[in-house]
Design a protein around this ligand. Structure first.
Ligand code: FCB
Length: 425
């Protein structure tokens, strides 16, 4: 057997998994819960006629309205200790998880003490297992009182940034020492795209460009206000941001217009936002999944798709290297807060992780300050407008018993985390 090459990661590198409150906890009540009830039938009907490159087994799941109801999710609200035990079993030293705004402030300005206590217990359980905690405060759902304050959704509300800062400040006071890294917002640009342009996430607006611009400005304000609110209470805290950065390339480099489309796409997709908030970041959280080759002519996206995941997303490990190099210009530590693959039969996941880490390692060798890697995700969970179809978990979850079962990739990841290295050919 040919000898493998060892690529070591820096001492103290953070290894873990990533998740969000709504996708795992179960039993929530917020704008998503209502959205699912109102739209599950439509999603199922649309999926039945959609003709995309996804496996037949997944297509069948997508035709069922119930697939789109989050319900009890992975029941992690009750099973968080079991989940942390799985993380420990995989030799993780960190975990990214979320707290759910709608639980903590179900009515305007009224804190649910019991829920704050619950999250304290969750974080203490992580700490008892020596896991560093990366905590997201907003990962898409909104409390109903806020969502309904405006018929175009809560993020349009002129006071949303101050509501968010009040919530962030409250949590800084309550959860303080239990949080190592704060992520006020996760991927705001996705909410803008899915919720204001495509209409597949709440508030379900389509092509609402003015709405999108307003919401964008509110996100900038909310991030800055949240950053300040946390720092006012915890001056030494580390407050970052989880940014989706897809890697865009021109379909044809020699064509004059394709590169221009790429410049615009990068700007709109993440650069404008990062530029606006870059003075208020102690670290950058990178969420990287795929790459797209763009053309100025229809169909606009012309990927080679040599390898795709179960959702048709192109697998392109090299892209993470390029986006890390770009992010390094902000001169902040970077944590990869999401990277993962929908891969039900687990044929691709282990290699996916190694291939991406190979490029992360290359970026580190070239001086990019990457501090950790959080794989999305520990468990199969509720994948938003795709429901339970896509399987992102290192562990599968039985939808009836909630039993967690390791996929082979869980032991591959455990080996990487234990030895702080990857082995490549
Ligand atoms: C990211 C989201 C996360 C999950 C993964 C697959 O964009 O932040 O909640 O859905 O995609």
């Amino acid at each position: 057997m040919p000898l493998k090459k060892t690529l070591k990661f820096p001492e103290g590198f953070l290894w873990g998994t990533s998740s969000s409150a709504y996708q795992l906890e179960g039993g929530n009540l917020n704008n998503w819960t209502e959205w699912e009830q109102a739209n599950c039938q439509r999603f199922a009907e649309e999926a039945a006629v959609k003709n995309s490159n996804i496996p037949a087994s997944l297509k069948d799941e997508l035709k069922k309205p119930n697939n789109y109801i989050c319900g009890r999710a992975c029941d992690s609200y009750n099973r968080y200790e079991e989940d942390f035990d799985l993380a420990v079993k995989m030799n993780n030293n960190a975990v990214r998880l979320g707290v759910e705004w709608s639980r903590i402030e179900p009515e305007e300005g009224k804190w649910k003490v019991g829920e704050i206590e619950h999250y304290k217990k969750v974080l203490q359980a992580a700490k008892q297992r020596n896991l560093k905690t990366i905590v997201t405060l907003w990962h898409w759902p909104m409390p109903l009182w806020l969502e309904k304050s405006n018929k175009r959704g809560g993020w349009i509300d002129k006071n949303v940034a101050s509501y968010f800062a009040r919530y962030a400040g409250k949590l800084a006071g309550e959860l303080g020492g239990l949080v190592d890294y704060w992520v006020p917002l996760n991927e705001p640009m996705c909410l803008i795209g899915f919720g204001y342009i495509l209409g597949v996430h709440p508030p379900g607006r389509k092509k609402d460009l003015f709405g999108a611009i307003k919401v964008f400005n509110n996100f900038v304000k909310a991030h800055i206000a949240g950053y300040r609110a946390i720092h006012n209470i915890l001056p030494d805290s580390k407050v970052g941001f989880s940014c989706i950065v897809d890697y865009f390339e021109p379909a044809r480099k020699w064509n004059l217009l394709d590169p221009i489309v790429v410049i615009i796409a990068r700007y709109v997709h993440h650069r404008r936002l990062l530029n606006k908030i870059s003075g208020y970041l102690d670290f950058i959280g990178l969420n990287y999944y795929f790459h797209n080759k763009l053309s100025w002519l229809p169909p606009f996206k012309v990927n080679e798709n040599k390898e795709i995941n179960d959702m048709g997303w192109e697998v392109y490990p090299e892209g993470i290297y390029h986006v890390l190099k770009y992010l390094s210009k902000f001169k902040k530590p970077i944590i990869i807060t999401e990277n993962g693959i929908a891969d039900d039969d687990d044929n691709q996941r282990s290699q996916f992780i190694i291939n991406h880490l190979k490029y992360v390692h290359q970026a580190i060798r070239e001086g990019v300050d990457v501090r950790g890697y959080m794989h999305w995700s520990l468990l199969d969970n509720f994948e938003w407008a795709w429901g339970y179809g896509p399987k992102f978990g290192l562990y599968s979850v039985d939808r009836k018993t909630f039993e967690r079962k390791a996929r082979p990739s869980a032991s591959a990841y455990a080996d990487i985390c234990k030895n702080n290295r990857i082995l490549i050919d």
